[in-house]
Every structure is written in structure tokens, then in C-alpha cells.
Design a protein around this ligand. Structure first.
Ligand SMILES: [Zn+2]
Length: 265
């Protein structure tokens, strides 16, 4: 399995990072992709990647909740990093729109998103997109770029109608702990659209799946999401692992890993 969106630079992992990695590998997680949030997250991410190059890949981007008045200068710096060494970054992320925390910055958020989508086109990178209470404005940005940018709508919680539209436009859906929550509609959406465009993610340390909901999330818990999907969709854990890993390798252009199959169905 590949955890395609996980904040392993978060200080909540500082005390037991190596144990967290061991648990992840024991659970069948072979690789983790860390999205950037802002200037504060980058140094810790880079230090981790230097120590664990076989296990981690990094994204570069500015999170919509951290788009402030200085966003142009921040993006100038990230663009310079991307241009200097494009291979270093597996994707542009996490980028997107968030109107839950702050509606007043929508214009800045849209401008930052458009510019970062342009990078994805220029450097042929996938993107990891965050959207919260902003499906309308997000689709306004994405529709003119149909099939021009690839990537993942991370923590997908949209309607079946939106799922069908974004899949038709070439996007993948990031599925994590939220799918296991009571009243979550994502599982009903997946029953309709299938797994062809699904990748797994934890968004650790946030959004831990049932039955560890409310605790610190970590990549090992991806197995709980995989098992939930297998039970709900009537297939084996091995099948969920195989299809979501292949999807992640394709959308993020990752080399196939050596190990990584689950031990049991
Ligand atoms: Zn995130």
C-alpha cells in the first residue's frame, strides 16, 4: 500500500518516528507521500526525506488555509525550488480551496491555486487537492482544465454527481479514515464508481479511521481503511491493495515497489 497523503513531519510523530515507520511497514505500507503545508513544514520534511529516501517522497505547494497576503512571494520561492530540481518533488501539493476556516481569502486562494496548477502542467506533475466547503469554486477552476492536470482530490467527500464529473475529467479520489465514519457518503459513492480511480491515504496525524477514530492517525492505520473497503465492497484486502497501489504508482509516477503485498486476504 502507498499512503498518498500523510503529514509525517508533524511534531506529533517526533517521539516515535522509527516505531511509526516499523508499524507502517508491518501493516504493508511501502511508501508515504508527504504534502507540504507552508514554509514551516518544509525543513522537517526535507530532513525526513534525507533520512528515509526509500520510504518517503515529498510534494511542494502552499495549503489553501495558509494563503496570506504574502502568497505571491511564498509561491515565488516554491517555484524556484521546483524549477531547480523538478525530480525531487513527486507532486504539487497540498493545494486547493478551503472556505470552512476563512471565506475572506477566496480570491487569493483561487489565484494561488491557478498558479500552482500551471506548475503542474509546466513540470508534468500530479497535484494533491484539498477542498472544504468549496466544491463550487473549485469546479469553476478545474472545469476549464479538464484532462490537462492529473492528480488526487484528497479526502474525497463529494457527492456521486461530483465524483462522476471529476473522474470523467481525469482525477483520482483520495480515500482515508473518513470513509469509515458513520454517515460518511464516500462508501456509497465508491459502490457506484468502483476503485479504478481510488488511491489510499491517511492524512495522518488527522482523521483516524474507526475503530481508532479520535486517536493520532498514522500510516499503519491504512490497513484499517483497506479492510473496511474490502468488507463493504465484497472483495479481498489483497485486491484493494493491488488496485489502489497500482493507481498511486500511475498517478504519481512511482516505481513499482519490491515488497508490499499484504500477508493475508
Ligand atoms: Zn493534508
Amino acid at each position: 500500500m502507498i499512503d498518498t497523503h500523510t503529514h509525517l513531519d508533524n511534531p506529533q510523530f517526533a517521539a516515535d518516528w522509527l516505531e511509526m515507520r516499523s508499524r507502517a511497514e508491518a501493516a504493508g505500507v511501502t511508501q508515504c507521500l508527504i504534502p507540504n503545508v507552508d514554509d514551516e513544514t518544509l525543513p522537517a520534511m526535507e530532513e525526513l526525506e534525507r533520512a528515509h529516501p526509500d520510504f518517503l517522497r515529498l510534494m511542494i505547494g502552499l495549503h489553501p488555509c495558509h494563503v496570506g497576503a504574502d502568497f505571491s512571494e511564498v509561491l515565488d520561492r516554491y517555484e524556484a525550488r521546483l524549477a531547480a530540481d523538478p525530480d525531487r518533488w513527486v507532486a504539487v501539493g497540498e493545494i486547493g480551496l478551503d472556505l470552512y476556516w476563512d471565506k475572506t481569502t477566496l480570491d487569493w486562494q483561487v489565484a494561488a491555486l491557478e498558479r500552482q496548477l500551471d506548475w503542474a502542467v509546466r513540470w508534468n506533475k500530479p497535484v494533491s487537492i484539498h477542498v472544504r466547503e468549496a466544491w463550487g469554486p473549485l469546479l469553476d477552476v478545474l472545469r476549464p482544465r479538464k484532462n490537462q492536470v492529473r492528480g488526487v482530490l484528497h479526502c474525497f467527500t463529494g457527492s456521486l454527481e461530483i465524483a462522476r464529473e471529476v473522474i470523467d475529467a481525469g482525477w483520482h479520489l483520495g480515500i482515508g479514515g473518513v470513509v469509515t465514519y458513520k454517515n460518511a457518503n464516500a462508501i456509497d459513492v465508491l459502490r457506484e464508481v468502483g476503485l479504478d480511480r481510488v488511491v489510499l491515504e491517511t492524512d495522518a496525524p488527522y482523521l483516524a479511521p474507526v475503530p481508532v477514530r479520535g486517536q493520532r492517525n498514522e500510516p499503519a492505520h491504512l490497513a484499517l481503511v483497506r479492510d473496511f473497503l474490502a468488507a463493504q465492497l465484497g472483495c479481498t484486502a489483497r485486491e484493494i491493495d493491488a488496485v489502489t497501489t497500482a493507481n498511486a504508482q500511475k498517478v504519481f509516477t512511482l516505481a513499482p515497489s519490491h515488497g508490499g503485498t499484504v500477508g493475508q486476504d
